[in-house]
Design a protein around this ligand. Structure first.
Ligand SMILES: [Zn+2]
Length: 310
């Protein structure tokens, strides 16, 4: 489900599964579209998206959630002008000591939160008719707080109603296991979950374990400084024959609200220009790369209810 409407999952093509156009770190209490000039953001972001499109990318998954700078009209304009598919999200981000959670998280039940997110999928976001293509949530390291457990529960309930994939920002491997247990207890098949920022956990046995549980393991901090570390993670997953559970992205961008001209906007092209050539040198085949950047994203973000034993 893109900001321009539904497409066949197979039409996603080369996809980057965790990137950002705009982020506002001011906090849930103060965030507002009045804090930036959308036409300035458009101009700056568009130049980077043009470069990305030229590098062969077709689909861009924007991971900025509500209360952290989600602006779906801006995303739609950028999608139309760049020709890239752009996907946005519903859900709340509970990491960073819950700075980005709205107050109603503390007064409403998991069911009530899920009803809000499901409504965005059924009716569109903020009256725009634009629908989310996945659920974005987040927790810090283990142990999860009560509010973090509640939003993971809400994500599971939303998944059951909508078939949207649950992508969870995660502090470490122990937190990943705790989230998986919540989803598992509610009957959600873990193929509906993306462990985003798996690179925050350096102990690769957690990555292997999550993939064996059928989770998507997302190494999404690729930049010039981390190319080699990411190659190490990918080599391990290839050796374990688990590349069919891996996603790779950059967590790049973004227009940082509050900084002059959006601050230091990191380009989206490191995977194309640095990571892929190096992976080829290390013996990764075209088949491996198609799996990571085309087949896996299409499977991971296809909209489908995934419950155990059904
Ligand atoms: Zn991110």
């Amino acid at each position: 489900m893109t900001v321009g409407g539904a497409i066949d999952a197979d039409a996603m093509g080369f996809a980057l599964t965790h990137e950002h156009i705009l982020v506002d770190f001011i906090g849930a209490g103060k965030v507002s579209k009045e804090r930036y000039d959308a036409s300035e953001v458009y101009k700056i972001a568009m130049a980077h998206l043009v470069d990305l499109k030229k590098s062969g990318c077709k689909t861009f998954i924007d991971c900025s959630p509500a209360y952290l700078g989600r602006d779906v009209m801006l995303l739609r304009k950028l999608s139309e002008a760049s020709g890239l598919n752009i996907i946005t999200n519903t859900g709340y981000y509970g990491a960073a000591q819950e700075k980005f959670l709205p107050r109603h998280v503390y007064t409403e039940s998991g069911e009530q939160l899920a009803a809000r997110w499901t409504k965005e999928f059924k009716e569109g976001i903020e009256g725009t008719g634009i629908k989310p293509g996945f659920i974005k949530t987040g927790t810090d390291t283990a142990p999860l707080t009560a509010a973090q457990r509640k939003i993971i529960t809400a994500a599971a309930l939303t998944h059951m109603d909508t078939g949207l994939t649950i992508l969870v920002h995660t502090g470490n491997g122990a937190a990943a296991n705790e989230q998986a247990a919540i989803l598992n207890d509610l009957g959600v098949d873990l193929s509906a979950r993306v462990w985003t920022h798996a690179q925050n956990e350096k102990d690769m046995k957690y990555h292997v374990h999550a993939a064996h549980q059928n989770c998507w393991v997302s190494f999404d901090g690729v930049n010039p400084e981390t190319v080699d570390a990411n190659i190490g993670y990918l080599q391990r997953m290839k050796t374990e024959k688990l590349l069919d559970h891996v996603l790779v992205s950059q967590d790049s961008g973004w227009y940082n609200v509050g900084e002059p001209s959006g601050g230091n906007y990191r380009p989206y092209t490191c995977i194309a220009t640095e990571l892929i050539p190096k992976l080829k040198e290390k013996g990764f085949t075209t088949g491996d790369l198609d799996l990571i950047f085309k087949t896996n994203p299409a499977k991971a973000f296809a909209i489908k209810v995934r419950m155990k034993n059904r």
